[in-house]
Design a binder for this molecule. Sequence first.
Ligand SMILES: [Zn+2]
Length: 325
Amino acid sequence: MNDSITRRGWIASLRGALAGASAGWAGAAQAQRYVHPRRVFLGENTRKEFREALEQGRIKAAIIPTGSTEQHNEHLALDCDATCATLISQQAALRLYPAVTVGTACPLGYAPYHMARKGTITLRKQTFQAYVYDVIHSLATHGVRTILVVNGHFGNHTPLAESIPEWRKELGITLDTETYLSAYRDDELAGFLTSYRLLKEGKLDTIARRTAMTHASEVETSILMAAHPGRVRAFTMEEYDRAAQNFESGYSPAVARYLEPCTREGWPKGANPENARDRARQEQALYATKEKGERLIEIATRYIAGKVEKMMEATEKGAPWPPAA
Ligand SMILES: [Zn+2]
């Protein structure tokens, strides 16, 4: 069905959506027709469509979203991180259409330190790394020479960062990873997010409040309100307090076994009391709005699209990646 829509050549507002994209890749000819927003997902194409796009040089790069299925306080769906990483990847690929395809997202990540909150599913670090490697390897085998892993969960950041240089060398492709949240600069966010303005003004008075940023707070809640409102529930602090959850003690020995290595690896357990931090996240989520989410999505999309574009240029020129400093 997508094909018939595309063939009918509906002139639509994609060009407007492209405004601000730095892309020479999203050439004028392609940009002037309607593109179904799910068209960029690899899995929604047939083998014929993907093969021909590759052979004709239309697809030049792939993005692989990685997320996590983990607790996001009382109000956000567990699959928040995979949903956000997929959303930003899709928006970036639309901007660079048809040069970029979005590979199947990895819905799980490395999140043992969230295991005291029920609903969290964590992979072992090695499982996560092996999974992502296999996805990259498959796409590289099909001839995709530029691949960016767009990550939506900070716990995956280090496992990816320590593996990518080795994989890049082994596969001989332009390969990198980027956590989309890295697009956000505290100063820029202070211009329109309440929690970051309070942080800048020194008004977040406890360590718990100062470290409750991003995860399940104003940032992620705003993004989901803008793009996936069905994944956000209404809540009050009275309801939160009534639930009387304790994440600092009283969990089973099986849970303790997940948490213990995290402490050893330097996760800020203890330094940041988990209960106070959890409550601070819930408080800061109350500042979220759909409009803030739209600005956050735009900033991250521009950042990711810009990075993929630079990577495709490097591949085209046979230049090294990452570029020499
Ligand atoms: Zn999250």
